[in-house]
Design a protein around this ligand. Structure first.
Ligand code: SF4
Length: 459
């Protein structure tokens, strides 16, 4: 097992100019989510309903995909299937080439991040303009997003101001958020106006109508799609829901869980091409069918990408989104990534305190920390855990299952810790880096309890 996440998180904490920015922004969103959730009496009911709808859809996915395709084709949409990221990228490129498109405007899509679409198109000599403000910031900084909803969460206003000065020649040192936002808007305006193609992700695909729903706060997806004569929507096959009426459940949960809003500013539904335009829909598997077949982990495909599990996760908030090294970071990314590439990401299930806060906020009730624990079992069974970790676990398991040995071990541990307080620090155990152990007590709880009860009985 590699320890890439731990090293990258350590680097972020010690080398990043603003490790606190990520923490503060995430905790702010978590608080807003709580306020929004608490003001809705039926919030828990909605979570249960959403979880059931997703379970039903995923267990009948073949049927709903066929229904979705049939209805989309009947609407005049050109439907394409992509078995993996390479195929998705190739389909997008073919469409763009056929229409002699020199550049695209693209709204936020974690699927295109996952498949490396920007990089692929740029290699073919095509320009890509990310139009979501956060995405544009990280694109200009040549960085991947650090959060699925707030891609530039790790950046401070000072960093963004300097970046815009370097790349867009804005006024040096101007930290006014409105000025910076308007500068980015102005910079993108002409790209929107002259774009021949717009690419988007998809939040929900409705099987009953063959419609795709896209939620944004900036209207950038809508501006691109309504202006360009070619619109391309890239959709992971797990994004389906059966009926139009199911949408209400998810729309009410998504924004509340993501940013604490009651609804995203723009919730747009695309059903057919405008007159004289083309509408393409690319349905992408890229490991999802394989993942769906994993008995212990398929539930992660219910995810609606709200980011709430990231905002609440103490490991994500401290170590930063880039430390995961996968398009979807945080607790849910730590389940999905090893399902897609076990060798590459088998350290991620350990990037969690297993506190369960992620599961408590997830709007589709995924047992996130349960699945992370299950992944750890798989990784141990596969022999991927190094001896430094597995040996103490074996010894611990042996001692914990033998009460007399447990009591003896506790006594010796208390003595050792009081004689040599530094014994557990740094060199012996990574976990104690940056943490102070409390003073060891003179007696165990059991000893204290027996003594106290005896005293009480004698009184
Ligand atoms: S796992 Fe749940 S909380 Fe995390 S992003 Fe997905 S839907 Fe949101």
């Amino acid at each position: 097992m590699r320890t890439k996440h731990a090293q990258a998180a350590d680097h972020f904490i010690h080398e990043s100019p603003s490790p606190k920015a990520q923490h503060n922004a995430a905790i702010h969103l978590r608080r807003k989510r709580d306020v929004a959730a608490n003001e809705l009496q039926e919030f828990e009911e909605l979570r249960t309903r959403a979880s059931e709808i997703k379970k039903h859809t995923l267990t009948h996915l073949d049927q709903y995909l066929e229904e979705f395709e049939k209805n989309a084709l009947a609407n005049g949409v050109q439907v394409h299937w992509a078995v993996d990221g390479n195929e998705m990228n190739a389909r997008v490129y073919e469409i763009l080439k056929k229409n002699e498109v020199p550049y695209i405007v693209k709204s936020k899509s974690m699927l295109t991040e996952e498949c490396g679409l920007n990089h692929f198109l740029e290699e073919q000599g095509m320009e890509v303009y990310d139009t979501d403000l956060g995405e544009r910031i990280v694109q200009l900084a040549h960085e991947p997003p650090s959060h699925i909803v707030v891609p530039a969460m790790h950046k401070t206003r000072e960093e963004i101001s300097a970046l815009f000065h370097d790349t867009m020649n804005t006024e040096a040192g101007n930290l006014d958020a409105k000025y910076l936002t308007l500068s980015a808007r102005k910079d993108l305006r002409q790209r929107f106006m002259n774009a021949k193609a717009a690419v988007t992700g998809v939040n929900f695909g409705v099987a009953e109508t063959g419609t795709v729903t896209i939620c944004t706060n900036e209207g950038n997806a809508d501006l691109g799609v309504n202006k360009a004569p070619v619109q391309i929507h890239c959709m992971g096959i797990e994004k389906l829901i059966p009926r139009q009426e199911d949408l209400g459940v998810f729309i009410r949960l998504l924004a509340r869980s993501a940013t604490g809003q009651r609804i995203t500013t723009y919730t747009s539904h695309y059903q057919k091409p405008r007159a004289g335009s083309e509408m393409h829909l690319i349905l992408v598997d890229n490991g999802r069918s394989h993942h769906l077949g994993m008995e212990d982990f398929w539930e992660a495909l219910k995810c609606i990408r709200c980011g709430a599990c990231m905002n609440t996760c103490p490991v994500y908030r401290s170590g930063g989104g880039h430390s995961y090294g996968y398009a979807v970071p945080g607790p849910i990314g730590s389940i999905i990534a090893p399902a897609r590439n076990f060798e590459e990401y088998d350290d991620l299930p350990f990037a969690s305190s297993l506190c369960g806060s992620c599961s408590a906020v997830c709007p589709v009730k995924i047992d996130i920390h349960g699945q992370l624990l299950k992944w750890r079992e798989v990784i141990v069974e596969e022999g991927e855990v190094d001896t430094k970790k597995s040996l103490p676990m074996k010894v611990g398991s042996w001692i914990l299952s033998r009460p007399s040995w447990y009591r003896r071990a506790g006594k010796w541990a208390r003595k050792l810790l009081s004689w040599f307080p530094g014994i557990a620090r740094k060199t012996v155990n990574d976990w104690t880096k940056g943490r102070e152990l409390p003073e060891p007590p003179n007696e165990s709880f059991r000893e204290w309890y027996l003594k106290t009860r005896k005293n009480e009985e004698n009184e």
